[in-house]
Design a protein around this ligand. Structure first.
Ligand code: AMP
Ligand code: ZN
Length: 454
C-alpha cells in the first residue's frame, strides 16, 4: 500500500493509479534563464524519489518535466519582465540561445545528481498553438476578459478557486501586485500583449504577444498524460498561484481535475529564508563541485530530511553528508568482497524498507534502517543495492576493497616525508611530494585528523 500526502484535501491518502500499473507524473520544470540553484534541484530530487518508489512498486511511470522558456515573468503575479528576455539582455544573447544554454546546464545538473531522465521533456514554446486553443475555449465558456495588457482569467467564476491552499479566502499573500484593470487580485494572465518588440512573440486571435505562465503546464500535461493524470509535483511556492491557476483552467475548460494527487516539496532554506535567485545568494551544483563536494553528497543530504520539511542548508551539514556517504561507500566496498559468502537478507528487510518508503516517501527512516543494519552487520551487498534503487547513491559503482586498492608502501613513505616537511614549514618541498604522489595515481587530503591517502 502506498500513501501520499495530497495537498488537494490536505491529508495522506492511499494511492490508487487511474490506470492499472501505470502512473502519469508531471513535474513543473525549470524556468531556463539562469543556473538552477540547489533549492530548485531539491524539487527534482523529490520527484525522482517519488518516481523510483513507484517503479519499485512495479508501476510503469511516464514522467514529464517541462521547460519554461517563455511567459514566466519576474513576478509570479504576471507583472514585470519576462525572465528569459531579461536573461538575454543580461548576457547579450538571443532569448532562444539563453533558453537552450540553461536547459542543457539543467539537464547536466540532474544527471550529476543521478536523477533519472524523464520520459519526456516538453517546452512551453513548442505548445503555443495548444495554449491559444485552450484560451479560446476558456473565452468561449465565458471565463476570460480583456484589459489593456492582455487576456485575463476571471477567478471569481470558479466557486472553489484556491482550494489547493486549504484556505477559504480567495486572496493570498503571494498576489499583492496587481495590474490595472484586473477584476480580482487573483486573476491571472492567459495571453499578454507585446508592449514593445519582443524576441519571443506570436500572433494570436487577440493580438501579438505571448502566453501567460500558467497555461503551458495544463496543455502539456493533458497532451502527454491525458486528463486527468495521476500526480502533479512542484515546490510549495506553486500551491497558491501556479497550481491553483492550472486547476482553475482545467475545471473551467473541461469540468475536470487536472491531476488526482498534488504533491509539493518544502524549501531548501538559506539563512532563514527560502533559497531564491531573487534574494541574491544562491548556491549552484557546480559551486559545490568546485569545492570538491560530490553531487551525490547533496542528494544524500536531501534524503536525510522528509520532502515535506524545510531543509536548512549549511556547509557543515553538507560535509557531514559527504562523510556519511564516503563511510557508506567504504562499507559497501568491504561487503562487496565478501557478499558471495553471505546469504542474502533482502527478503527480510525489504518489507520494513518498503513500509517507510511507501509511507509518503519517508527517506529519513529508510536511511536510518540501512545504517542500523550496516552497524549490526546484518546488511549484505544485495540488500544495499536493493535500497539503492530508491536512494540512487551509485552503490553499484563502488569497487571492492582489493589488493589493488591498498596504498603501496612507497606512497605511504612519500606521505610521511611530506608530513615531515610540513612540520618544518618547508611548503615548497611538501608540495613537490604531493605532486609526485598525485602523479602516481594517489591523492593526499589534509583533514583535521591528519593527512589521508586515497
Ligand atoms: P523555477 O525554475 O523558479 O520555476 O523553479 C523550479 C522548481 O524549484 C519549482 O518547483 C519551485 O517550486 C522549486 N523551488 C524554488 N525555490 C526552491 C527552494 N528554495 N527549495 C526547494 N524548491 C524550490
Ligand atoms: Zn508548471
Amino acid at each position: 500500500m502506498i500513501k501520499l500526502y495530497n495537498t488537494l484535501g490536505r491529508k495522506k491518502q492511499i494511492f490508487k493509479s487511474l490506470k492499472k500499473n501505470k502512473v502519469g507524473l508531471y513535474t513543473c520544470g525549470p524556468t531556463v534563464y539562469n543556473y538552477a540553484h540547489i533549492g530548485n534541484l531539491r524539487s527534482y530530487l523529490f520527484s525522482d524519489i517519488l518516481k523510483r518508489m513507484l517503479e519499485y512498486n512495479n508501476y510503469k511511470v511516464k514522467h514529464v518535466i517541462n521547460i519554461t522558456d517563455v511567459g514566466h515573468l519576474v513576478s509570479d503575479a504576471d507583472t514585470g519582465e519576462d525572465k528569459i528576455e531579461l536573461g538575454a539582455k543580461r548576457e547579450k544573447k538571443t532569448a532562444w540561445q539563453i533558453a537552450e544554454f540553461y536547459t542543457k546546464v539543467f539537464q547536466k545538473d540532474i544527471k550529476k545528481l543521478n536523477i533519472k531522465e524523464p520520459s519526456e521533456w516538453t517546452k512551453a514554446s513548442d505548445y503555443i498553438k495548444e495554449q491559444i486553443d485552450l484560451i479560446k475555449l476558456l473565452e468561449k465558456r465565458g471565463y476570460t476578459y480583456r484589459i489593456k495588457d492582455g487576456i485575463y482569467f476571471d477567478t471569481s467564476k470558479i466557486k472553489d478557486y484556491g482550494k489547493l491552499t486549504g484556505s477559504k479566502k480567495r486572496t493570498h499573500k503571494a498576489r499583492i501586485e496587481t495590474t490595472e484593470g484586473k477584476k480580482n487580485p487573483t486573476d491571472f494572465a492567459l495571453w499578454k500583449f507585446s508592449q514593445k518588440k519582443r524576441q519571443m512573440e506570436w500572433n494570436s486571435p487577440w493580438g501579438i504577444g505571448f502566453p501567460g505562465w500558467h497555461t503551458e503546464c495544463v496543455v502539456m500535461g493533458i497532451d502527454q498524460l491525458g486528463l486527468p493524470f495521476d500526480i502533479h509535483t512542484g515546490g510549495i511556492d506553486h500551491i497558491p498561484v501556479h497550481h491553483s491557476n492550472e486547476i482553475a483552467q482545467a475545471e473551467a475548460g473541461y469540468n475536470k481535475n487536472l491531476a488526482k494527487y498534488w504533491l509539493h516539496n518544502e524549501f531548501l532554506i538559506l539563512k532563514k529564508e527560502k533559497m531564491a535567485k531573487s534574494k541574491g545568494e544562491i548556491i549552484t551544483l557546480d559551486s559545490l563541485i568546485k569545492k570538491n563536494i560530490n553531487p551525490l553528497s547533496y542528494r544524500y543530504l536531501t534524503l536525510t530530511t522528509h520532502y515535506k520539511s524545510p531543509l536548512a542548508f549549511s556547509w557543515k551539514s553538507l560535509e557531514s553528508a559527504q562523510n556519511a556517504l564516503e563511510n557508506l561507500y567504504e562499507k559497501v566496498s568491504k561487503l562487496k568482497l565478501y557478499h558471495a559468502l553471505y546469504n542474502s537478507t533482502v527478503g527480510n528487510y525489504k518489507k520494513e524498507f518498503l513500509g517507510y518508503i511507501n509511507d509518503d516517501l519517508n527517506t529519513p527512516k529508510a536511511l536510518a534502517l540501512m545504517w542500523k543494519l550496516i552497524k549490526s552487520n546484518k546488511a549484505d551487498y544485495d540488500l544495499l543495492l536493493e535500497f539503492d534503487k530508491i536512494f540512487g547513491l551509485d552503490l553499484d559503482k563502488i569497487k571492492s576493497v582489493s589488493r589493488q586498492n591498498k596504498i603501496p608502501e612507497k606512497i605511504k613513505k612519500l606521505a610521511k616525508q611530506r608530513e615531515q616537511y610540513r612540520k618544518e614549514k618547508e611548503w615548497k618541498k611538501s608540495d613537490e611530494i604531493r605532486k609526485e604522489i598525485e602523479k602516481l595515481g594517489y591523492q593526499i587530503e589534509d583533514t583535521p585528523q591528519g593527512p589521508k591517502l586515497k
